[in-house]
Design a protein around this ligand. Structure first.
Ligand SMILES: [Mg+2]
Length: 180
């Protein structure tokens, strides 16, 4: 696996099988990005499938620490609402915030997977420290200007790699449309 590519690539977090993809893969801790990973950039909501996945994962014994480059009060409020520890103003992909997050939850790098929607911040940050990275497609297309620029870099490296779970989403959408 190349340094600039995630170990796994999913269409969204709820497409990650908690048992198979995390627990059986040897991970018990997750460092989790916020914006466009669990929180939509446009409406600032945690989608239902995402919050369901989070509580299921915690029920399975996984521990989480949020790691976000965001510095606004809102990310601390979200952490409070979700009752999760947070390292904000993280300056990912630089290592210090990841190391602090690991320390906060008493995690070792080899037992920890980093989950986020950006190659340059989340994936590279994980790989700089020898950790595994699961990358997600962003929840919504809307994002900060500099993030949108970085998406061009992502495209250059990810090419046409199809996210796991993408076809499920399409079929679910189709089913919903049919049902309506
Ligand atoms: Mg993000």
């Amino acid at each position: 696996m190349s340094f600039v590519e995630p170990e796994r690539y999913f269409s969204r977090i709820s497409m990650i099988d908690i048992q198979k993809d995390i627990v059986d893969a040897g991970f018990s801790h997750v460092l989790l990005d916020i914006d466009n990973t669990i929180l939509t950039r446009d409406t600032h909501e945690v989608p239902r499938d995402v919050s369901f996945w989070l509580s299921k994962a915690r029920g399975a014994g996984l521990t989480f620490c949020l790691v976000s480059n965001n510095w606004h009060e809102s990310v601390y409020e979200l952490a409070g609402r979700l009752d999760l520890p947070i390292v904000a103003k993280a300056v990912k992909p630089l290592p210090p915030a990841f190391l602090l997050a690991l320390k906060k939850i008493g995690a070792k790098r080899k037992d920890t997977v980093v989950i986020g929607d950006q190659l340059v911040t989340d994936v590279l940050g994980a790989h700089f420290l020898g950790m595994t990275a699961y990358m997600l497609q962003p929840l919504v297309e809307q994002d900060l200007k500099h993030t949108l620029l970085l998406r061009n870099v992502e495209r250059a490296f990810m090419g046409d790699r199809e996210p796991e779970g993408a076809s499920c989403e399409i079929s679910e959408t189709t089913q919903t449309k049919t049902a309506n």
